[in-house]
Write a protein that binds this ligand. Structure first.
Ligand code: LRH
Ligand code: MN
Length: 426
């Protein structure tokens, strides 16, 4: 399935006039308020988010999995599906692979295919939370933290192998998420588990190419339900600092206990120059991996406020890895990802409308009401015409969801692939 530029332009025709009216009205108002409208539009157009290779099929839980059919059954087909997302949104120009779920069979062929669709290879993810059938050691009681040196060495070697795979694809970062932890009090010695993990990460870190990053992802619980070795940003930050300058913390929005102030975590990690990237999603209760912005859009906006502030004031923090990490139980995976991409762009656009200077001045004056007025003034702005303009400027669809449906993509995929294909991943 390959969407031609002409098909997208054709699908835009009927709503072009109303877009231009809304855009002109908004751009005029924003310019009067002193905003650099074309600057904001080009920032949105340049903003690329990596699509998780493990979230292009139906997700599922232990209670069941309901397919949408026409799922990609190979890495080539996954790249094609990301190509569809990128053709419509012009903001999905990267893929984050999970190994061994997506080991390329032909590196040159997959690079050519991705390159032809404008898709880069972002961070590669290791997997030491599942046992591979030919493995000599089991990760049942952990991987990098395991009390068994043989298990730790197997997990370290796997991460070094993942770096080699990513290096052949042009990736520049390794994401390490560990399920390691315990389900019952007394099961683990916390210090031994943490120190084993630190030493193992240092051995992996030594295998990082000079221009690579290591992204240490934290999570409070699941699949372990009493303790997790890398449970929160503090543990991740300590482990990253214990490795060196190329190691950073990765923030998965779903990996926080209820009511955590994620924007404050993001702000301080940037201040310390240790924020490496994101796994965007949304959640109501746990690691629900729901559509970005579907539950807490204001929280996402507040996170982007800190990111915009950090991008202007924290040169000590590197460019961030922007990635989605979601799972689709009741939505067509591609429609779900399109909605997530839209929500990320919307939060970024609204945050770019915040007058950071005025906010800083109001904060210094402790004018609490004015601070909220400045934030919510930006949040209450309908920025969708700016997102549309950014997509139009790069050949995308005014409404990616409408275009996806008008082009009947899912049924074309079912015709092409049948109803029984199952995508690797979660
Ligand atoms: C763990 C996680 C991690 C991935 C996995 C697919 O919950 O967020 O980022 O390895 O999901
Ligand atoms: Mn994640």
């Amino acid at each position: 399935m390959n969407i031609q530029k002409e098909q997208v332009l054709e699908s835009n025709k009927k709503s072009l006039k109303s877009h231009e009216e809304h855009y002109d009205f908004l751009a005029d108002k924003l310019a009067k308020d002193g905003h650099d409208v074309s600057g904001i539009v080009s920032k949105l157009a340049e903003f690329q988010v990596a699509i998780p290779s493990w979230a292009l099929g139906a997700g599922g839980t232990r209670f069941g999995r309901f397919s949408f059919y026409g799922e990609p059954s190979s890495l080539e087909q996954k790249i094609e599906d990301i190509g569809v997302l990128h053709s419509l949104t012009q903001t999905a120009g990267a893929v984050s692979l999970h190994i061994p779920w997506d080991i390329p069979s032909d590196y040159n062929a997959i690079k050519e295919k991705a390159d032809a669709l404008g898709i880069k290879f972002d961070a590669v993810n290791s997997n030491t939370f599942q046992d591979q059938k030919d493995a000599s050691e089991s990760y049942k009681y952990g991987s990098l933290s395991n009390t068994s040196q043989a298990v730790r060495e197997q997990a370290i070697q796997h991460n070094l192998d993942v770096i080699k795979i990513g290096d052949k694809l042009g990736s520049k970062a390794l994401t390490v998420w560990l399920a390691d932890g315990s389900c019952f009090p007394g099961q683990n010695n916390f210090q031994t588990a943490f120190q084993n993990t630190q030493n193992s990460l240092i051995d992996i870190y030594k295998g990082l190419p000079e221009d690579w990053k290591m992204l240490v992802e934290y999570k409070p619980y699941e699949p372990n339900f009493y303790s997790t070795v890398i449970q929160d940003w503090g543990a991740s930050l300590m482990l990253a600092n214990g490795c060196g300058d190329k190691a950073y913390t990765l923030v998965d929005l779903g990996h926080h206990l209820p009511n955590s102030n994620i924007e404050q975590i993001v702000s301080i990690l940037q201040l310390k120059g240790k924020l490496g990237g994101f796994h965007f999603n949304d959640s109501k209760y746990g690691d629900d991996d729901l559509t970005v912005g579907s539950i807490k859009p204001y929280a996402l906006f507040l996170i982007f406020n800190e990111l915009v502030y950090g991008m202007e004031n924290n040169p000590q923090n590197p460019d961030l890895a922007w990635m989605i990490d979601a799972s689709h139980n009741v939505k067509d995976p591609l429609e779900d990802l399109i909605q997530s991409l839209e929500a990320i762009q919307e939060a970024y656009a609204k945050a770019l409308l915040i007058d950071q200077k005025a906010l800083k001045a109001a904060q210094l004056d402790n004018d609490v009401v004015k601070c909220q007025e400045i934030l919510q003034g930006a949040y209450r702005t309908d920025v969708r015409p700016l997102l549309e303009k950014a997509r139009l400027s790069t050949g995308g669809a005014l409404s990616p969801i409408n275009a996806y449906r008008a082009l009947d993509v899912r049924n074309s995929l079912i015709t092409e692939r049948g109803k029984n294909t199952v995508a690797t991943g979660l």
